[in-house]
Every structure is written in C-alpha cells, then in structure tokens.
Write a protein that binds this ligand. Structure first.
Ligand code: DGY
Length: 323
C-alpha cells in the first residue's frame, strides 16, 4: 500500500519525526520557519495530510482554494483558533488536536507565572543581572503572598482543572470558576471550587485570575478595559490561553496606571510581535509561549498527532477530531 504523504510545517522532537518517517511519506520544513499563506496553500494542494501548529495561520485567506489534496489537518497543539473553522469545513477537511498530554505542563507554567508575578521574580532577576542589587533589606521587592488567596479560573477544561489542583492542593487557594457550560459537581468538588454565572461576577472576588479558555473570534478581548476595571486593585491576571483573549492596549493602560497588581503573559496578540508598550510595564512577567514546552509534553503531542493520523488513514474516526 502506498503510504500517505504528510507535510510537517515545523520541526518536531526527533523521536516523533523518526516514527512519522517510518509510517508515512514525510516532508519536513527543515528551515523551521512559519509558512506564508501561499506556501500553506501550496502544501494543501500536494499532501494527503498537513500537520500545522499555532504559528500556521490557516485563515479564510489561506484556505481560499477550490479544493485540496489534503484531507486531514493534524494540528500539533490543543488550541486550533489559528484554523478557520468554516473554511476547513467547506473544504471537507478533518481537523484534530492534541488535548490531555500538555495539560499538566501548561498548568505548571501558569502556576510559574502566577508565582513569578506575585513574588516579583522577573523584576528581581532583571535587577540582579543589571548589577543594581545592593543587598537584602526589609523593604526590598516586597511581593504578595499566594497561599490561601482566591484564584479565579476562566475556562474549566483540562488545563483549568490542572491549574485548580495545583493552586488548591499545593497552595491552599480558594477556587472560583467561570465556564460557559455547567461543571459537574464532582469535578468542582475535587478542588472545592465554586462556579459563578458570569465573568463579571468572578473578577471582583479574586486575588488572581487565570485564563484557560479557547482563543478565536468568540473570545477576542474577553478581558477588556471594562472587565479589567472589575478586578481588585491588587489582583493579578495570568494568561496561558491565547493572546487575543486580552485587549493588550487596555491591559497596558491598566498596568501603567497601577489599577491592578500586575499581569503575567505566556501568549500575545499577534505573537511573536510584542507591543512596545507592554515592554515598558515592570509589573508584567512575559514568557515566549512556553506552556507546553517540556520534552515530555512535546513528544507526547507529536505521538498524539500520529495516533490521529493512524486512525484517519486506517478508516477510524480520529480520537481527537475537532472539525
Ligand atoms: C496549544 O497546544 O494550544 C499550545 O499553546 C501550542 O499551540
């Protein structure tokens, strides 16, 4: 049997690339540079499967073609808001993602950000590396205690739940949840969490707010100036979801005027471009989209794409089909 042809848009962990090459006719993007819409369209005309990541903007423009040779987009990552859903449907494409395998590591990183911003770790490191540390003193870089505080979680899927587990069982935090659908009582009970009816009801009650909802048009600027204004003036906002969920201009103003305690971001609107205004905010921790960046998670993500491809090409419904 002829092996299906597969195009991988970015370099993957070596072990997964090797397994892919055993099972499929694979072409790698050896330069590891994001593809332009024209290049993406080109691959869709030539390969049975394309395996994109968050850096491949499979927008309505990129997918504006009459037909594709490609039948499946095996996305490497859980979020798929970079793929235009209606265009993918019109083209009859199956789309899969990689849930579960990155939930713990992404929650670990959200907790890292929460601790960093509360304890001013970024500011401290900048000071030390800049050679301006003058030594211990009682008033130096005094931060905020984390243990026992209230954490609001927006989006209580797998990553949100892992975040709650860390915060509640590790740091004794009280957990408030906003989620579009109702969360089963037994899931909430695992972290003694309470679900509230609206984001507006959640924000004023929290010392920390962590975003774990999907990105995309529906959640664009979910956290805007009005909602930032609902946060306590010493509260912290954490985002490991998608950059577009926060109105960055509004956040910058909020941080510059000290209207909240601080923020910590792993994702940015239009990344890797970072708004110069954000760079001016000292009460902001920023990481370059590292949520799932562990050897374990990145390998597991790759093998999960392979599982989905195997299902698809062997005539089964892929386990992680999202479109
Ligand atoms: C994810 O899986 O959504 C990560 O952010 C990488 O895309």
């Amino acid at each position: 049997m002829v092996k299906p042809s597969v195009f991988v848009t970015r370099r993957w962990p070596a072990a997964v690339e090797a397994k892919l090459a055993e099972d499929y006719n694979v072409v790698l993007n050896t330069g590891d540079k994001p593809l332009s819409p024209a290049e993406l369209r080109d691959t869709l005309g030539k390969f049975d499967a394309v395996l994109p990541t968050v850096t491949d903007k499979l927008t309505a423009e990129a997918l504006d073609i009459p037909a594709t040779q490609t039948r499946i987009l095996g996305n490497y990552g859980v979020g798929f808001s970079h793929i235009c859903e209606s265009s993918a449907r019109n083209l009859g494409l199956t789309v899969t993602n990689t849930p579960d395998v990155l939930s713990e590591c992404t929650a670990d990183l959200a907790m890292t950000l929460l601790l960093m911003v509360a304890r001013r770790a970024g500011e401290g490191e900048r000071e030390l590396r800049g050679g301006s540390w003058t030594g211990w003193r009682p008033t130096h870089l005094v931060g905020t205690k984390v243990s026992g505080k209230t954490l609001g979680i927006i989006g209580y899927g797998r990553i949100g739940q892992e975040m709650a587990r860390r915060a509640h069982h590790g740091f004794g935090m009280d957990i408030l949840v906003y989620n579009r659908s109702t969360i089963a009582p037994e899931i909430l009970a695992q972290c003694k969490a309470s679900q509230v009816d609206s984001i507006d009801a959640l924000l004023p009650q929290c010392d920390f707010v962590s975003l774990h909802c999907p990105g995309g048009a529906a959640n664009r600027h979910l956290i805007n100036a009005r909602r930032l204004d609902l946060m306590k003036e010493d509260a912290f906002l954490i985002n490991t979801a998608r950059g577009e969920v926060i109105d960055e201009w509004a956040l910058t103003q909020t941080l510059i005027y000290g209207l909240i305690g601080g923020a910590a971001l792993d994702v940015f609107d239009g990344e890797p471009r970072i708004s110069p205004d954000l760079l001016q905010c000292d009460n902001l921790v920023m990481l370059p989209h590292l949520g799932s960046a562990t050897r374990e998670a990145r390998e597991a993500m790759g093998f999960r794409v392979l599982d989905n491809l195997d299902d698809f090409f062997q005539g089964r419904d892929p386990r992680d089909r999202v479109i």
